[in-house]
Design a protein around this ligand. Structure first.
Ligand SMILES: [Zn+2]
Length: 453
């Protein structure tokens, strides 16, 4: 339900106080907020006491006080949210190289609201517009507010998303560009909840979700696919320039999450990204990333485009990394080996635009397991499983094509199957791979031998 997904993402505005408020500085703003909430008396009751007095439910964890007016129901998971939050806190500390013990006293205060007027009446939500009229979530320093969600997985995700904002605002004094602010909140909030028998749930960080069922209603991968299909896939340079107000739409969240996930996951950019994250998370974050030794914006943009074009659950950055080297002109017959457990593989041979090339493939490759046993494929693929409109295991022959009309660059499949002849769509190397989800490559094995001439 696109509308539902869309609506969920409107107005996080987690780090975007108005321009005037930003100039006042986050600390001053939060002080002002506290004064407002307490009627000017900073020594007034603690917010948890205000909540209890107003008849709201209060759940305490080590790092989170959660207040809600949501009626309690069996198995709604509300009681376990502070514990999940505490586990996520440890993950966030690890991500930023912080020692959790040194921040053992860090606490956030979150309001999970059905009726925001109850929170205003209780003195837990400002009344005069100091907090923007957010639709789903808002964060100010260690305080955050979120509207209740019908889906427990999505409610938990949104709570953690706001929690990441609280974490980075207070422990990292974050004031980074919007793509990073929202992208890292999505990256660090994405998780799967595992249950060990009858015991409590366990937070497992999963920035690139493995299964759709783990991240119900997020819709980011699907949205990126839609944008790609419409020729509107986000470009890295555009994501870096995302305006704060753009984060009212799922597409902007998806693109920001994709950029952070790409930079943190791709072997060519991970080191630069981590090094940049260990420096101040300020307005110069993007410029500092671009200034890291060896940063190549063209290569990064191309790798990001290739990632977005093939994005799927469980995307395996290491196995999908692409060798972009130019290769040698194909002047004589050449035998290449195409591994079944990798994405696009550079044949080392380049073609001139319009040049013809024939290929003939042989061999069998392992493409996963079925109840009956190992699934083996010839270069024609197997008819049992299909992926993106083609049989899994089928040999694909392509070139990376960068349209001159502003269209999105992508691998253009020129031929497929056991043999055929292609005409080069552009001047550049020839790439081959077997048809398979980027999340399933690790389970594959073997290779095809392909004769090019
Ligand atoms: Zn946010």
């Amino acid at each position: 339900m696109p509308c539902r997904i869309w609506a969920i993402w409107v107005n996080c505005e987690g780090m975007q106080p108005s321009h005037t408020l930003r100039r006042l500085g986050a600390a001053l703003w939060v002080t002002g907020l506290a004064l407002m909430l307490t009627g000017g008396d900073v020594a007034a009751d603690a917010p948890a006491d205000l909540a209890r007095r107003a008849g709201l439910h209060v759940f305490e964890g080590r790092h989170l006080t959660l207040v809600t007016d949501r009626p309690l129901r069996a198995d709604d998971g509300l009681q376990e949210l502070p514990q999940v939050f505490d586990q996520a806190f440890a993950t966030w500390c690890r991500h930023y190289g912080l020692d959790p013990e040194q921040h053992a006293s860090w606490r956030a205060f979150g309001c999970l609201m059905v009726d925001r007027e109850r929170f205003r009446a209780a003195g837990l939500l400002p009344v005069d517009g100091m907090v923007p009229d957010f639709e789903n979530g808002f964060c100010a320093a260690e305080r955050f507010w979120l509207m209740d969600q019908s889906n427990p997985d999505y409610r938990r995700h949104l709570l953690l998303h706001e929690g990441v904002h609280a974490f980075t605002l207070t422990l990292r004094a974050a004031d980074a560009p919007p793509w990073y602010t929202e992208g890292i909140a999505e990256y660090l909030a994405t998780h799967r909840l595992e249950r060990d028998g009858d015991s409590a749930s366990r937070f497992v960080s999963m920035p690139m979700p493995r299964r759709r069922a783990d991240v119900e209603q997020l819709g980011r991968i699907e949205r990126l696919r839609q944008l790609s299909d419409a020729g509107q896939a986000p470009r890295l340079g555009d994501v870096f320039e995302t305006a704060p107000q753009a984060h009212r739409a799922l597409g902007a969240y998806a693109a920001s999450w994709a950029a952070v996930t790409f930079l943190a996951g791709h072997p060519a950019y991970r080191t630069a990204f981590v090094a940049t994250e260990r420096q101040p998370l300020d307005r110069d974050f993007t410029a500092r990333l671009r200034a890291t030794a060896g940063w190549n914006e063209d290569a990064a943009s191309r790798d990001f485009a290739a990632f977005v074009a093939d994005i799927d659950y469980g995307y395996d950055f290491a196995r999908m990394a692409i060798d972009w080297s130019a290769g040698q002109p194909l002047a004589a017959a050449k035998q290449v080996t195409i591994a079944a457990d990798r994405g696009w593989q550079n044949t080392g041979s380049s073609l001139a635009q319009g040049q013809a090339c024939s290929f003939a493939a042989s061999g069998r490759a392992l493409v996963g397991q079925a109840p009956a046993g190992r699934l083996e494929s010839s270069p024609d693929g197997i008819t049992l499983h299909w992926y993106r409109g083609r049989p899994v295991g089928r040999l694909l022959v392509a070139q990376w094509v960068e349209p001159e009309d502003g269209g999105r660059p992508a691998f253009k499949v020129l031929a497929e199957g056991v043999s055929g002849t292609i005409t080069a769509a552009t001047s550049g190397p020839l790439y081959l791979k077997i048809n398979e989800s980027p999340g399933e490559l690790a389970g594959n094995g073997g290779a095809f031998s392909v004769l090019l001439k």
